[in-house]
Design a protein around this ligand. Structure first.
Ligand SMILES: *Cc1c(COP(=O)(O)O)cnc(C)c1O
Length: 389
């Protein structure tokens, strides 16, 4: 059962009941976060409870928001392998390199985690139709879980989105809207249609529960490393829901008494053609200005403005982390090095994390002996056009 208690605004700290569908904070228009009953959880939820549970995100159901288990949708998402990258370690002369293999998720990316939880909860709270703006992977994931819940799905994607993403949504019975412009333009259209037709908008961090699904990555890396966190986490950042989610999970696990106060240094990787957070991090801004003319082959990183920008920047500073951008060409090289050494067909976003790792190691920012986790956020299959000759 869940110990969901209420919602709180991540910015102005105003509190809300969690008993109905909500998007942003009605007061300041910033993301809402779910809070749980930590008093009870501390005594009623322990690591040993996890021992015989399913290998899915629902193994952490006490700290996930669905009340009635009948609404826990599942396609086997989560509990993905944390691979010790032995051949990469050898060729890069580095001792502790891990890859969290999110390409193993339903619909081939970690978007499945967030949308599994968000669609489940929207269904439980009575949503009649769902809508989402997406650069590709989120649309597929939402379509899959909406199909399971038998809810109509509306997806808004940029008109130049690769054909594989459109095909996936079509096969999953979603209504597809192609929009001139980028994901931010899709966001406006999706929101407008939500208001007009009474659909619930699952845009990232604009509803409270996708981040709950994504936080399970934080619980998992801790569990898989025997309740020790890595020294460095390298994450390809678009909207940043994964970074924000993992950071939330670390705080929650400390409240549960499962881990101590040590945190990984969090690294945000973006594309040189769209790097609003990298720019804001290095100029010391609290919010990130919108990136004009965003362009990159990594669809998941083509996010010119993130609603959770202030949360991500805060995490990078608090964790003594950093932010850097890599070129499209470097991402492809990174993806091919992972393929050749580890047998994984990964997306360019994942390739970016390896390139970032090599650069940070060469600069001495990462030292041999430290443990580093790269995130393979999506498999390469939906990006096969990038390897066509
Ligand atoms: C969406 C996406 C990202 C970015 O994830 P955020 O949590 O939104 O920052 C990275 N990689 C892939 C493959 C994605 O689909």
């Amino acid at each position: 059962m869940t110990y969901l208690h209420d919602l709180q605004c991540s910015f102005c700290k105003k509190e809300f009941k969690a008993n109905r569908l909500r998007n942003l904070c009605s007061h300041c228009e910033k993301p809402l976060f779910a809070r749980y009953d930590w008093e009870k959880l501390r005594t009623q939820f322990s690591k040993s409870d996890l021992e015989n549970r399913l290998h899915s995100i629902w193994r952490y159901r006490e700290v996930l928001p669905v009340v009635n288990p009948d609404f826990q949708l599942s396609l086997g998402e989560g509990f993905t392998p944390l691979i010790k990258a032995r051949r990469l370690e050898k060729s890069l002369d580095f001792r502790k390199l891990y890859i969290k293999d999110e390409g193993n998720n339903p619909t081939g990316s970690f978007k499945a985690r967030g949308l599994c939880v968000a669609v489940s909860k929207a269904w439980e709270l009575g949503a009649k139709a769902l809508t989402i703006p997406s650069a590709g992977n989120a649309a597929g994931a939402m379509s899959a879980y909406a199909a399971l819940a038998n809810l109509p799905a509306y997806v808004y994607m940029p008109q130049d989105v690769p054909a594989s993403f459109i095909a996936e949504c079509r096969a999953l019975n979603a209504n597809i809207q192609l929009v001139e412009g980028l994901i931010s333009d899709c966001g406006l259209k999706s929101q407008e249609a939500a208001r007009k037709f009474g659909r619930f908008d699952l845009s990232t961090l604009k509803e409270p529960y996708r981040v709950e699904g994504k936080k399970t990555m934080g619980y998992e890396i801790a569990e898989q490393l025997n309740w020790e966190l890595p020294d460095v986490v390298i994450y390809p950042t678009g909207g940043g829901t994964g970074l924000v989610g993992m950071w939330k999970a670390f705080d929650e696990m400390e409240k549960l008494g499962w881990i101590g106060e040590k945190r990984p240094r969090m690294v945000c990787v973006q594309a040189t053609g769209c790097a609003p957070l990298v720019r804001a991090f290095h100029t010391g801004e609290k919010f990130a200005e919108k990136w004009e003319n965003a362009a990159t082959i990594a669809d998941g990183l083509r996010v010119p403005a993130a609603v959770g920008d202030f949360l991500i920047l805060d995490i990078l500073h608090k964790s003594n982390g950093t932010a850097l951008s890599v070129t499209d060409e470097e991402m492809m090289t990174g993806a091919n090095i992972i393929g050749k050494n580890e047998g994984l067909f990964v997306s360019p976003e994942t390739g970016a994390t390896l390139t970032a790792f090599i650069q940070l190691r060469d600069q001495g920012w990462i030292k041999n002996g430290e443990s580093v986790a790269l995130f393979n956020t999506g498999s390469g299959y939906k990006y096969s056009h990038l390897w066509a000759d």
